[in-house]
Design a binder for this molecule. Structure first.
Ligand code: NAP
Length: 282
C-alpha cells in the first residue's frame, strides 16, 4: 500500500513556521487578489486564500469585478497596486472572462510582485534556469511535498501529464532544474500509457479521470494535481486512487494532497516577496 503524501499536514507545519516568522515583524506582508466574475471554483479558492492569509497575519485584499468589467479597469487597478508600497504580492485569479486579454493583464503585474510566476519576465527566467522572483505556487507546493518525504528527482524519469502554463510546463521546468529526465504529455500524446508506465514519478495535471492502475509503474510516485467534481458532486482527482494506491510507493490524495500545498506555497511566496521588498527599500 502506498505511503500517502499528506499535503494537509505539511501545509499546517509550513504555516505554523511562517506565522512565527511573520509575528516578528510589526509591518505585515500583503497580498492583493483580483477576482473577475462568478466562477464558483475560483470564488472558493479565493476565499480559502483569504482565510489562510488572515490566520497568518498576512493582509489580503480581494478586488472583485463583475463578469463584464472592461480590461482597462483591471489594468489600471494592477498599475495602482504595482506602485502601492503597501502591497507586496499580486495574484490574478484565473480563468478570466473571454473578452479580457489574459496575457496583457498578467504582464501588467510587476515581476517583483508576481506571486504565482505568471509574467513573461519570471517565466523566461524559469525557462532559462535563472531565479524568478518566486516559483509558481502549485509546482512549488509539489516540490515541497516531495522534499518532505525525501523524494529526490535526480536522474528520475518524471512524466508530467498536462502542459498548461499554470501547472504542467512550470512543473516540468522545475523537475528539469532538479536534474530529472522529463517527459511532458498532453491530449495529442500517442500511446500515453506506454509513457506513463515508464515514470518513476508520474504527475497528472489534467482535470479528468485518466490515470488507472495499468498506467503506472509499480512502486512509483504518483502526484495528482487534478481537482474537480464528478457527476455525483464528489471532489476527486485524475487518478483512480483506490486501485493505484495499491501499487504505487507514494501517492497524493485528492483532496488533501497538492491543493493544500498550493495555498502553503502562495503564503510562502507572499512572505518572500515581502522580504525582498523590505530589502530593496532599506
Ligand atoms: P488545463 O489548462 O485545462 O490543462 C489540462 C491539460 O491536460 C492540457 O495540457 C491538456 O492537453 C491535457 N489533457 C487533457 N485531456 C488529456 C488526455 N486525455 N490525455 C492527456 N492529456 C490531456 O488545466 P490546468 O489549469 O493545468 O489544471 C489541471 C487540473 O489541475 C485541473 O483539474 C485543475 O483544477 C487542477 N489544478 C489544481 C491545483 C491545485 O492546487 N490542486 C492548481 C491548479 C490546477 P492539451 O494541451 O493538448 O489540451
Amino acid at each position: 500500500m502506498a505511503i500517502i503524501l499528506d499535503g494537509k499536514n505539511l501545509r499546517e507545519k509550513i504555516l505554523a513556521d511562517l506565522k512565527i516568522k511573520i509575528d516578528k515583524f510589526s509591518k505585515k506582508p500583503s497580498l492583493a487578489v483580483i477576482l473577475v466574475g462568478e466562477d464558483p471554483a475560483s470564488k472558493i479558492y479565493v476565499k480559502n486564500k483569504e482565510k489562510t492569509a488572515g490566520k497568518l497575519g498576512i493582509n489580503s485584499e480581494v478586488i472583485l469585478y463583475p463578469d463584464d468589467v472592461d480590461e482597462e479597469t483591471i489594468i489600471r487597478k494592477i498599475e495602482a497596486l504595482n506602485s502601492d508600497d503597501e502591497i507586496n504580492a499580486i495574484l490574478v485569479q484565473l480563468p478570466l472572462p473571454k473578452h479580457i486579454n489574459k496575457e496583457r493583464v498578467i504582464n501588467t503585474i510587476s515581476p517583483q510582485k508576481d506571486v504565482d510566476c505568471f509574467t513573461m519576465e519570471n517565466v523566461g527566467k524559469l525557462a532559462s534556469g535563472l531565479e524568478p522572483s518566486v516559483y509558481p505556487c502549485t509546482p512549488r507546493g509539489i516540490m515541497l511535498l516531495l522534499d518532505e518525504y525525501n523524494i529526490d528527482l535526480t536522474g528520475k524519469h518524471v512524466v508530467v501529464v498536462g502542459r498548461s502554463n499554470l501547472v504542467g510546463k512550470p512543473l516540468a521546468l522545475m523537475a528539469l532544474k532538479r536534474n530529472a529526465t522529463v517527459t511532458i504529455c498532453h491530449s495529442y500524446t500517442n500511446n500515453l500509457k506506454d509513457i506513463t508506465k515508464t515514470a518513476d514519478v508520474l504527475i497528472s495535471a489534467v482535470g479528468e479521470v485518466l490515470i488507472e492502475d495499468d498506467m503506472i509503474r509499480k512502486n512509483s510516485v504518483v502526484i495528482d494535481v487534478g481537482i474537480f467534481r464528478d457527476v455525483n458532486g464528489k471532489v476527486r482527482g485524475d487518478v483512480e486512487f483506490d486501485e493505484v494506491s495499491k501499487s504505487a510507493a507514494y501517492i497524493t490524495p485528492v483532496p488533501g494532497g497538492v491543493g493544500p500545498m498550493t495555498i502553503a506555497a502562495l503564503m510562502l511566496n507572499t512572505y518572500e516577496l515581502f522580504l525582498k521588498q523590505i530589502k530593496r527599500s532599506s
